[in-house]
Each structure stands twice: as C-alpha cells, then as structure tokens.
Design a protein around this ligand. Structure first.
Ligand SMILES: *[C@@H]1O[C@H](CO)[C@@H](O)[C@H](O)[C@H]1NC(C)=O
Ligand SMILES: *[C@@H]1O[C@H](CO)[C@@H](O)[C@H](O)[C@H]1NC(C)=O
Ligand SMILES: *[C@@H]1O[C@H](CO)[C@@H](O)[C@H](O)[C@H]1NC(C)=O
Ligand SMILES: *[C@@H]1O[C@H](CO)[C@@H](O)[C@H](O)[C@H]1NC(C)=O
Length: 194
C-alpha cells in the first residue's frame, strides 16, 4: 500500500515537473501572452452610419476597375461570372457624387454566381471624419445585386472599430445602365469599444 502511495506521489511530481516544463517552454518562445480580459469586456458603443457608395466604372474618373474579366464562357452572360473589380470608391454623405466625401471603400468585388448577379464583397470602409478619421470597418459578404436590401457582415475593424462586429445593409439608390455606374446606400450597424 505504502509503495503504491509513494509511487503515485512520484508520478504526480513527475507529471507536475513535466507540465511545468511545457509551460516554461511555451513562455520561453515569447510569441504569446495573455491579455487583460477586461479589454474584452469594455463598454460597447453601437453606431449606425449611413453613406452612399459610389461605383464609378467608366470614364476618366473611374474608381472601380476590372482587373480580371469574366470567364470566356460568361462573356455575354448577365452574371459576368469570374469578373473581379478593384475599388477605391467614394463614400459620400448624400447620393450626389459631389456631396461631402466621408471616406473611401477600398477592396474588391467578384462575381461569384453562374446564374445571377451576385458579388463577393471584400472591402474596408476607411473613414475620414472627426474621431473616425483613419479608422476602418471591414466588410466581407454576399451581395445579391437584384435584392432590394442585401445584408453584409462587418467582420472587424481598426482604430475606434477595434473588436467591431455588426452588419451592413446595402440598397441600390441608382443604377445607370448606359455607364454602368451605381450609387448604393449603405447603412452600417456596428458595435465597437471606443
Ligand atoms: C473627372 O473629375 C474632374 C474633377 O472633379 C471633373 O472636372 C471631370 O468632369 C470628371 N470627368 C468625368 C468623365 O466625369
Ligand atoms: C471574352 O472576352 C475576352 C476579353 O474581353 C476575350 O479575350 C475572349 O476572347 C472572349 N471570349 C469569348 C468566348 O467571347
Ligand atoms: C449634384 O451636385 C451638383 C453640385 O452641387 C449639382 O450641380 C448637381 O445638379 C447635383 N446632381 C443631382 C442629381 O442632384
Ligand atoms: C484625417 O487625418 C489625416 C492624416 O492624419 C489628415 O491629413 C486629415 O486632414 C484628416 N481629415 C479630417 C477630415 O480631419
């Protein structure tokens, strides 16, 4: 019986030593450490932003440039499957392109449906105004262009939008079938810490 106990103690000590070695070894690599959990429990602010996203595809001042054409098989199809455009689109306070510039939508969108006009949107809303200047809201979502309202997830952000989450609702304000230019109203609902 006594041997059994001393054996267990021995193994316990051995195990503790082993665990300790692992912990110390992990610390020694120095690439990770805990953060104050309070950082994640800070008071959340919730904001609603509304602006207009200006997709200018033609002319000298285009801000939405095709970098990959549709797949040949979809050249003449409405869905333009495979098309990728890089954007640096103005975000304006009103629908008029010449209204106040609040920020820019930078990223790309890609046509990802073979049968309808659906886009994968990957973009940062870089804002310029007041305390938001220099901060970004990151969007990644599916945009079914013919739906009246499309919901896109806010997957994060930087600056005042650190730890952000939320969603955006996009709806087409105007579309010019001749030029291809579109003005989209974005309502962004986002919770953030600062
Ligand atoms: C491009 O922008 C300039 C300056 O804002 C403007 O004068 C010009 O008319 C624009 N050109 C086109 C094709 O929209
Ligand atoms: C599709 O368009 C590209 C460039 O616009 C062209 O090179 C290609 O030949 C076209 N393919 C078909 C099948 O029309
Ligand atoms: C947009 O604003 C400009 C300059 O303020 C104005 O000339 C133009 O008529 C406006 N366009 C529309 C569609 O309201
Ligand atoms: C935003 O910040 C940039 C760089 O810090 C500055 O040049 C610019 O004037 C600021 N814009 C506004 C609207 O405050």
């Amino acid at each position: 019986m006594a041997t059994l106990i001393s054996q267990s103690i021995f193994f316990f000590i051995l195990l503790s030593f082993y665990t300790l070695t692992i912990i110390v070894a992990q610390d020694e690599t120095g690439f990770v450490s805990s953060i104050d959990p309070k950082l994640l429990r800070k008071k959340q602010h919730a904001s609603h932003f509304r602006f207009y996203w200006q997709d200018i595809v033609g002319g000298n001042n285009a801000t939405s440039i095709p970098i990959i054409p549709p797949l040949p098989k979809f050249n003449n199809s409405f869905s333009a499957f495979g098309l990728v455009r890089i954007i640096d689109n103005a975000l304006t306070v009103g629908p008029n392109l010449s209204s106040k510039l609040l920020g820019r939508a930078q990223g790309f969108y890609a046509s990802t449906s073979q049968t309808e006009l659906d886009f994968l949107m990957v973009m940062n809303f870089a804002l310029f105004e007041g305390k938001y200047n220099g901060s970004t809201i990151t969007i990644l979502g599916r945009n079914v262009a013919n739906n009246k309202v499309r919901e896109l997830p806010v997957i994060g952000g930087s600056g005042v939008f650190r730890f952000a989450k939320g969603y955006a609702e996009a709806s087409t304000y105007s579309f010019d079938p001749l030029s291809g230019d579109a003005t989209i109203e974005y309502n962004v609902y986002v919770s953030h810490q600062i």
